[in-house]
Design a protein around this ligand. Structure first.
Ligand code: PAF
Length: 284
C-alpha cells in the first residue's frame, strides 16, 4: 500500500492506472479505523482493481462547539489496518492540500441536509457534501463505498451525485456492530464505562421498533413514543431525535405503508451517537 499526501501524486498514479483500464473504487474516511471502515475497504478491494481510501478529518463538517480538536487520530494504526486488507492507496492530505485557500464555493444540500442531524448540526452536511465532491474530483472513482450507519449522510451524498450528474455509483455497506449490538463508531471511545453499557439501548430500541412494525403496528407516533420510553428508562441518555422516515428522501412517515428507516440520535454524556434500522413492510 502506498501512502500518498498530495492531490498531484494521487492523480498522476490514478490517471496511469485508469489508462490501463483499471477500475477504481473509493472509500472516504476520517480515519480512526474500526471494523466498519475495514468492511468497506474489504468490499472495495473485492469489487475493484484499485482501492483508494482517503483519510482526512474535515473541519468543514464540524460545528464550532464540536469535537474537531479531539477527534481520534492514529495514523500508524490506520496505515497498518488499511494495508492488512490490501488497500492500494491511502490518501492522507494535509489541511492545506484540501483547502489551500478559504473556500468560496460550497455544495448547498437543501432540505434533506437540514433536518434531523442537519438541524442539530447546522452546516454539517454542507461540509460533508463539499469535501466528498472535492475528493470525488481528485480520485475520480467508478464506485464510492459508504456505510449505512450514516444513513442521512448516504442520502445527502446520493442526492448530490444525482443532482450534479457525478459519474460514480454508490455502494452502501451494512452497519458493523459490537457483539452487544452497539453500532461501531470512531466516537465510541469517548464513552465512559457506564455510558458504554447504557449505549446498548440504541440497538435494543431500534430492534423493538422494527418488531412493532413486523407485528402490524402502523402508527409512527406510537412506535416513536415506545422507542423514546425504552431509551429513557434504560439509560442516562438524552434524546436528540427519534424519527421514522422514507428511505431515500428522508420525509417523515406518520402512517407506515412501505419500507421505512427508523433513525435515532442520542447523547450519552457529551457523546452523541446515531444509529438506524431499515424496516421492510409486507402488506398494509
Ligand atoms: O463519514 C465520514 O467519515 C465523513 O463524513 C466523510 C464521508 C469521510 C466526509 O468527511
Amino acid at each position: 500500500m502506498k501512502v500518498i499526501k498530495t492531490n498531484k501524486a494521487l492523480r498522476g498514479k490514478l490517471a496511469f492506472l485508469r489508462s490501463q483500464g483499471k477500475s477504481i473504487g473509493f472509500v472516504p474516511t476520517m480515519g480512526a479505523f474500526h471494523e466498519g471502515h475495514v468492511s468497506l475497504m474489504r468490499r472495495c478491494v473485492k469489487e475493484n482493481d484499485i482501492t483508494v481510501v482517503s483519510l482526512f478529518v474535515n473541519p468543514l463538517q464540524f460545528g464550532p462547539r464540536e469535537d474537531l480538536a479531539r477527534y481520534p487520530r492514529n495514523l500508524k494504526r490506520d496505515i497498518e489496518m488499511a494495508s492488512a486488507v490490501n488497500v492500494d492507496f491511502l490518501f492522507v492530505p494535509s489541511l492545506q492540500e484540501i483547502y489551500p485557500e478559504p473556500l468560496s464555493t460550497f455544495v448547498q444540500v437543501g432540505k434533506i441536509g437540514n433536518i434531523l442531524c442537519g438541524a442539530s448540526r447546522p452546516g454539517h452536511f454542507q461540509g460533508v457534501a463539499t469535501v466528498v465532491l472535492k475528493l470525488l474530483n481528485i480520485v475520480q472513482p467508478c464506485v464510492i463505498y459508504l456505510g449505512q450507519k450514516d444513513a442521512q449522510q448516504v442520502a445527502v451524498i446520493k442526492r448530490m451525485i444525482f443532482d450534479l450528474n457525478i459519474p460514480v455509483s454508490v455502494v452502501i455497506c451494512p452497519t458493523s456492530r459490537e457483539a452487544d449490538g452497539l453500532a461501531m463508531s470512531s466516537r465510541n471511545i469517548y464513552l465512559s464505562p457506564t455510558e458504554r453499557r447504557d449505549a446498548v439501548v440504541l440497538n435494543k430500541a431500534l430492534r423493538m421498533g422494527a418488531r412493532l412494525i413486523a407485528f402490524g403496528e402502523r402508527d409512527g407516533g406510537k412506535i416513536i413514543s415506545k422507542i423514546k420510553k425504552l431509551i429513557l428508562e434504560g439509560s442516562s441518555a438524552s434524546i436528540d431525535y427519534v424519527s421514522i422516515v422514507e428511505i431515500s428522501g428522508f420525509a417523515p412517515v406518520r402512517r407506515i405503508s412501505k419500507d421505512v428507516l427508523i433513525v435515532i440520535a442520542v447523547k450519552f454524556g457529551t457523546t452523541r451517537l446515531i444509529d438506524n434500522v431499515i424496516v421492510k413492510v409486507h402488506g398494509k
